[in-house]
Design a protein around this ligand. Sequence first.
Ligand SMILES: C[S@@+](CC[C@H](N)C(=O)[O-])C[C@H]1O[C@@H](n2cnc3c(N)ncnc32)[C@H](O)[C@@H]1O
Length: 242
Amino acid sequence: MTAGKKGIFYGIGVGPGDPDLITVKAARILDACDVVITPTKKMGKTSIAFEIVKSHISDLSKVLDMNFPMISLSQEREVLAKQWKENADAIELLLNEGKNVAFITLGDPMVFSTYSYVMEFLLKRDIEVVTLSGVPSFCNLAAQLNIPLTQGEESLGIVAMTQPIEEIRAILDAHQNIVVMKISANNVLMAEELEARGLEKSFVLVSNIGMENQQIIRDIDVLKGKIPYLSTLLVKKNYPLQ
Ligand SMILES: C[S@@+](CC[C@H](N)C(=O)[O-])C[C@H]1O[C@@H](n2cnc3c(N)ncnc32)[C@H](O)[C@@H]1O
């Protein structure tokens, strides 16, 4: 008995919010896949990535929620690794049945995405993995506001507010342009760091980019208040933002 052909595992970046930002290639593959995996932080909670691209998913595809808990990578790596492995095992079973499986992910799959961990598990198992780029949230932030991320000889630092503060400070000091993701993890501290550097007018924060409830914040006092998880901060030291 010969083994059947294995399916292909696709990682699909769906962009930050606007359903029209998905690439033509990703839309074509998404429409044709047998199974679409939607990552959820909590079972029963709607996946944001699914909400963004549901119009591109065929009625014939099976949509499968998969749980990726939102816990700290540094403190609970073992719990997370166990969950990623279980998810990778479930995906492998589908691929062994010859199904093509798409894993949809917010923004770009290679920027702070749980997709990348599942991908690493599957790459070790002789599985064909195809990753399709999506528009990263910070690129769309810049495009929406018509603000260049970098020009000429400038550098761009990208950091998540969940990283140790020493690393965040080093990046704030090293670059002319800085993107701070997961800013809601400690937005008050970031506001204080900006004030300490005289950068309180050199930032823009955008929440829910490309969604109906998109919000643009340039006031340092508002940055100190409660802000949504889907918020990204751009700091530009040499460019008029306000
Ligand atoms: C787990 S990371 C995912 C990043 C994503 N892969 C990307 O390319 O943008 C989540 C963080 O991305 C940023 N983000 C993603 N989508 C966003 C949106 N629609 N509006 C604002 N920020 C967003 C926020 O900083 C959020 O805390």
